[in-house]
Design a protein around this ligand. Sequence first.
Ligand SMILES: CC(C)(COP(=O)(O)OP(=O)(O)OC[C@H]1O[C@@H](n2cnc3c(N)ncnc32)[C@H](O)[C@@H]1OP(=O)(O)O)[C@@H](O)C(=O)NCCC(=O)NCCS
Length: 174
Amino acid sequence: MNKTLPTLKSNRLLIRPINHNDCYDMYEYAKKDNVGPNAGWSPHKSLDETKNIIMNMINETLADNNIGVFSLVFKENMKMIGTIGLHNYHEKNASASLGYVLSPDYWGRGLMVEAVKTIITFAFDELSIYRLECSHYDFNQQSKRVIEKVGFVFEGISRKNKVLLNGNRCDTQF
Ligand SMILES: CC(C)(COP(=O)(O)OP(=O)(O)OC[C@H]1O[C@@H](n2cnc3c(N)ncnc32)[C@H](O)[C@@H]1OP(=O)(O)O)[C@@H](O)C(=O)NCCC(=O)NCCS
C-alpha cells in the first residue's frame, strides 16, 4: 500500500487526506449536538480539542490497522464539510470498515452517498479490499439510508452492544 492517501474526486466533492487546516471547518460542525452522538463521539468542546483529534487522525494514517481519514471538500465553495474514514484494516482478510460524518448544513443532498461510492471504488480497486463493513446505531435512520443507497447488504444486528454517551444501550445494525 502507498504511504500516502490520494485525492479522489466525485461530481461535487474533492475527497482528500485530512490536514491540520481543516480544524476550523470541522469544529464548526463537530461542536453541534446532533452530529457526533449519532456516530459515537461527544460534541467537541473547543477548537483545541478538534486540533488534537485531527492530529491523531493524521498520526494514525496508514499505521497499524488503520487506513485513514479523508476530508470532504464541497467544490462549489471549497469548504471542508465532513469526513470519511477507512478503519479496522486487516491485511490477511483484506477487510476494513467505513465511517463518515457530514456537516448538518449539507444533509439531505445525497453528498455522503456520493462520497461513500467513491471510497468503495477506491477500496476495492486500489486497496484490493475484499470485504468492507459499515454499521449504524439502530436509531440512526439517516445513516441507514446512506448504507442502503450505496448497496451494502444487511447482515444482522448486534443486540445492545453499544453504550451511548447518555449511558443507555442500543443495538447496532451492520
Ligand atoms: C448520516 C449522514 C452522513 C447522512 O448524510 P446525507 O448526505 O445527509 O445523506 P442523504 O442526503 O443520502 O440522506 C439520507 C437520509 O437522511 C434523511 N435526511 C436528509 N436530510 C435530513 C435532515 N436535515 N434531517 C433529518 N433527516 C434528514 C433523509 O430521509 C434521507 O433519506 P432518503 O434518501 O430516503 O430521503 C449525516 O446525516 C451525518 O453526518 N449524520 C451525523 C453523523 C453520523 O450519523 N454518521 C454516521 C454514523 S454510522
